[in-house]
Write a protein that binds this ligand. Structure first.
Ligand code: NAP
Length: 243
């Protein structure tokens, strides 16, 4: 259970982040729902979290901008008093082969996915150190492990997240802060809607795409006291895709 905990979830207006926010609310946490553009969807998630009994607020924040992260974290602490759990989930794709990929598409994806994780961890670090405890959960991807063609920017950003996770785990361990990553395979969200499900399922040993709730269940375990001896780890949740 996450009763009395406050969780900040980035990219929580849709997909995996929305499922994590609802799961955490169901488990008794208060949730700060961070999003970039889709206010209506963030408000829907907020309403559902409140219906589950949680205190919930939405915060519009571009995670690739450190000053916005700093300001948002201060607002969340002003509202909830502290932050116990940070889920760095916000992410984007701009797929293309390296020869065709623009510098802007490379930098945008790395700046959002990897830079966003760094910015939020840095913005929350004083809070976590002061509290002498906490959980940081970073959403990576099997793309980092497999190196999928057309995803040089995305795979590099996600591999960076795995390295950032290990480094942060070492830096924060003395303060009882566990830092772990989740590497999902193909999960049914807006991000994967243009892909051919039949072709992908053929490559997955468990013969189905993942659901956002599958990832939310793992995030809930990593946020719980029960996982308190795990840090610096990356856990695949991919139906066996990257075995
Ligand atoms: P999604 O449905 O496309 O949702 C992306 C979320 O990120 C939205 O809430 C979006 O907010 C937010 N976001 C995007 N850029 C942002 C920014 N600069 N600042 C703040 N928020 C921002 O994605 P998803 O499929 O749920 O993916 C969530 C995470 O899981 C991502 O990190 C993704 O790389 C990772 N992942 C997904 C899969 C998959 O198969 N779906 C597999 C492996 C890893 P708005 O709604 O406001 O735009």
């Amino acid at each position: 259970m996450l009763n009395g905990k406050t969780a900040v979830i980035t990219g929580a207006s849709r997909g995996i982040g929305a499922a994590v926010a609802e799961k955490f609310a169901h488990l008794g946490a208060n949730v700060a729902i961070i999003y970039q553009a889709n206010t209506d969807k963030a408000e829907d998630v907020c309403r559902r979290a409140r219906d589950l009994g949680a205190e919930a607020e939405i915060y519009k924040c571009d995670v690739s901008d450190f000053d916005e992260c700093k300001k948002t974290v201060a607002e969340v602490i002003g509202r909830f008093g502290k932050i116990d759990i940070l889920v760095n989930n916000a992410g984007i794709t701009r797929d293309n082969l390296i020869a065709m990929m623009s510098e802007d598409d490379f930098n945008k994806v790395v700046g959002t996915n990897l830079g966003g994780c760094f910015n939020m961890i840095k913005a929350c670090s004083r809070n976590f150190i002061r509290n002498k405890g906490g959980r940081i959960i970073n959403i990576a991807s099997v793309s980092a492990l497999l190196g999928l063609a057309g995803q040089s920017n995305y795979a590099a950003s996600k591999a960076g997240i795995i390295a950032l996770t290990k480094t942060a785990a070492r830096e924060f361990a003395a303060k009882n802060i566990c830092v772990n990553a989740i590497a999902p395979g193909f999960i049914t969200t807006d991000m994967t809607e243009s892909l051919s499900a039949d072709e992908i399922v053929g490559r997955i040993p468990l013969k189905r795409l993942g659901r956002p709730e599958d990832v939310a269940n793992l995030a809930a375990f990593l946020a719980d006291e029960a996982s308190g001896y795990i840090t610096g780890e990356t856990i695949r949740i991919d139906g066996g895709l990257a075995i």
